[in-house]
Ligand binder design. Structure first.
Ligand code: ADP
Ligand code: MG
Length: 153
């Protein structure tokens, strides 16, 4: 599989990396984000969402499950499925409406939505390395491979 890794020294580096990733996924993507609590999944999402043109805050949708951003260029749906008890709840929410292939769908804790959420184009893992973080991005589709190729270039 195609993979890209990078060291992220601090929160600001993670936000900047998200902003760098943003234009590469602006045509739409499904992104799974893995990593322990506090690893930086929401921080990275903030960089992506702001990089796609959002001016305001990006808050964790832990209690609401999803935070939509209808931007001029693209729709972004940021999911945090940590508190999801049953993937069927997502069906009741009308989750399929969110998975337009031109939208950017970012999912924290995707394993909680297994069977209901679409396949990933990219799987991103954030890991602690001391006070800093290490990011790994795996391509899971042709669309994802294009993104990783551009990151490597
Ligand atoms: P998650 O969504 O994975 O639970 P958050 O993004 O909400 O994590 O929180 C990450 C926390 O770690 C923040 O408090 C942030 O300031 C801190 N942090 C320290 N170093 C980094 C880094 N390199 N990248 C992202 N966050 C970092
Ligand atoms: Mg989070």
């Amino acid at each position: 599989t195609m993979r890209f890794d990078q060291y992220l020294a601090d929160e600001q580096a993670t936000v900047a990396f998200g902003a760098q990733l943003a234009p590469l996924i602006a045509d739409g993507a499904v992104i799974y984000m893995y990593g322990d609590l506090g690893a930086g999944k929401t921080t990275l999402t903030r960089g992506i969402v702001q990089g796609l043109g959002h001016k305001g805050k990006v808050k964790s949708p832990t209690y609401t499950l999803v935070e939509p951003y209808e931007l001029a260029q693209v729709k972004v749906y940021h999911f945090d499925l940590y508190r999801l008890a049953d993937p069927e709840e997502l069906e009741f929410m009308g989750i399929r409406d969110y998975f337009d292939n031109r939208a950017v769908c970012i999912l924290e804790w995707p394993s909680k939505g297994e069977g209901v959420i679409p396949r990933a184009d990219l799987e991103i893992t954030l890991e602690y390395t001391g006070e800093a973080r290490e990011i790994s991005i795996d391509a899971k589709s042709e669309r994802g491979a294009d993104v990783v190729t551009k990151l490597k270039g």
